[in-house]
Design a protein. Structure first.
Lengths: 141, 192, 190
């Protein structure tokens, strides 16, 4: 069956919603207003600065993605910085410990050498450390 | 009834004096060697070691991690020590230091608790080598070794419960530490 | 004519500005101005007066809550069409109630050209109800609102070529559907 575009336009001609539609809409608006207890302008003006951007979903996604990546990268960099700092501190501590060990060995070597030197000169064996009561005195001429 | 406060007072004073005495022992164990600094200019070779507190603990902990049996031997020696202080001067010529310099050290070793256990004197050259021990009851609380020879003056002062026989018995082979004679360090330095 | 249109534009601009500031009378004026368009889109899509009014009220409620986003009267019209269309499509995913339209709801014949057969118009509307949601909305926006393919594409967030092919296919489907109905009627008599 044939029909023309005019027939279609006639079939889809605008209709009026009838008497009282506007009042019914306003009643719902007032009801919603009373619920929120703020005027739409005041409530929304808080976010007006953001809404004015009127971002399309793709752009919003792009902005969120960029922000997310930025934060992720910053977090990664900070983590790297912390790890490197800890590694540096550990390395320093290790070097300090090595140095301390080396000093201790040097000190003990000197102590051993001098102790044995004195005992040798006093003609005492190294394993016979005199006690307080012994008080060895040797004079060489 | 009136005697009680008096008795308590005496006990308190006695305790305070004991505390000071104990502190005195601790202080006596470490010798003041600052007066020997002036010999640095004349000496051809200087060895100085100041190892105490955190640095000594660090050395002990590091040795603990070492599997080497020598490290274990050394760790055993230093683990309870409070400090090791060494000043050693070698001179190209004799008589570069005065007896007064050495007497200043010996005077400190006349403090209560110190006892000289070995003296070796060469009357011809005037060299005198001594070993002192500081006793706290039956425990050794410190050791001082004085080597005063013609071209050398060395003071070794070890504070703490020193296992002196173990020090004397230390093996000659050290894996580490040989390079220290040729390095300048924070806690010790050597001059040639 | 242009002057009248200009004055109309200014009036709506003023009503919009006042609505944003919280003037409910100004907002009511905007509702009156656009209620026919919104209701008609919903009605022709849903084919149910009660559902259509409900949907239209929700659209205006959403408008009230989004007034600060509207930049101009033209933007308002675009916004209303887009929101109404999307709400209709969402609702249309549910099973559509197919009702025979009462006679008083039957479309009026056009004033221009030859007088349209009321029965044809009724059948057209019924056939429209048989189209998939997006196709149906494309036809409504084209023939009720007189929008071009580019405007329909923007409102429904579809590519322009898709709109064109959808329109073409929809008209084909409507013709086929109407032919089937006529045959059914013929067979009913015999």
């Amino acid at each position: 069956m044939h029909f023309s575009e005019d027939d279609l336009r006639a079939a889809l001609k605008r209709k009026d919603p009838g008497e009282g539609f506007t009042q019914r809409v306003m009643a719902r608006v007032n009801q919603a207003d009373a619920k929120n207890k703020t005027s739409p302008a005041t409530e929304k003006s808080r976010w007006l600065w953001l809404r004015r951007w009127n971002l399309r979903p793709a752009w919003t996604f792009a902005v969120v993605a960029v922000l997310f990546l930025s934060f992720a990268w910053a977090g990664y960099e900070y983590s790297e910085y912390r790890h490197q700092k800890i590694a540096r501190e550990n390395q320093q501590r290790l070097e300090q410990a090595e140095e301390a060990r080396d000093q201790a060995i040097l000190a003990l070597r000197i102590a051993r050498n001098k102790l044995n030197h004195v005992l040798q000169h006093a003609q005492l064996p190294a394993d016979a450390i005199p006690s307080e009561n012994d008080k060895i005195r040797r004079q060489r001429l | 009834m009136n005697r009680v406060p008096g008795t308590l007072m005496r006990i308190l004073v006695g305790l305070v004096l004991c505390c000071f005495a104990a502190r005195g022992y601790g202080q006596n164990a470490r010798l003041q060697l600052a007066n020997l600094e002036k010999l640095s200019d004349k000496a051809s070779h200087i060895t100085e070691v100041t190892l105490d507190g955190a640095l000594l603990e660090l050395a002990a902990k590091f040795m603990e991690m070492d599997d080497d049996p020598e490290a274990a031997q050394l760790k055993d020696i230093i683990k309870n020590l409070k400090g090791i202080y060494i000043k050693s001067f070698e001179f190209d010529e004799a008589s570069q230091y005065s007896q007064a310099d050495v007497e200043a050290i010996r005077t400190q070793l006349t403090a209560p608790g110190w006892a000289r256990i070995v003296t070796d004197v060469n009357k011809r050259t005037g060299e005198k080598n001594e070993i002192y021990l500081l006793k706290n009851g039956k425990q050794i609380a410190g050791v001082a070794i004085l080597v005063a020879e013609a071209r050398e003056l060395t003071v070794v002062n070890i504070v703490g419960p020193v296992p002196i026989e173990k020090i004397a018995a230390i093996e000659n082979q050290f894996k580490h530490g040989n390079k220290e004679e040729h390095k300048k360090k924070g806690g010790s330095h050597e001059k040639k | 004519m242009e002057q009248r249109a200009g004055r109309e534009e200014d009036r709506l601009e003023l009503a919009l500005t006042r609505s944003v500031q919280g003037d409910s009378i100004a907002f009511a004026e905007l509702v009156r101005e656009h209620q026919g368009m919104v209701f008609s889109i919903a009605y022709h899509f849903l084919q149910d007066r009660a559902l259509a009014e409900d949907l239209a009220q929700e659209v205006f409620l959403e408008l009230y809550q989004s007034l600060d986003r509207i930049q101009s009267p033209a933007h308002l019209t675009y916004w209303l069409r887009r929101v109404t269309a999307n709400r209709c499509i969402d609702q249309g995913r549910r099973k559509l109630r197919r009702r025979e339209l009462a006679l008083e709801e039957a479309p009026e014949p056009t004033a221009t050209g030859h007088p349209a057969d009321p029965l044809l118009l009724e059948r057209l509307q019924q056939s429209l109800a048989g189209l998939p949601a997006k196709q149906r909305m494309v036809v409504i926006l084209r023939f009720q609102e007189g929008l071009g393919p580019a405007e329909i594409a923007e409102a429904l967030e579809m590519p322009v070529n898709t709109v064109k092919s959808t329109l073409h296919r929809s008209l084909e489907d409507l013709r086929k559907s109407l032919t089937r109905k006529v045959r059914e009627v013929r067979y009913a008599f015999f």
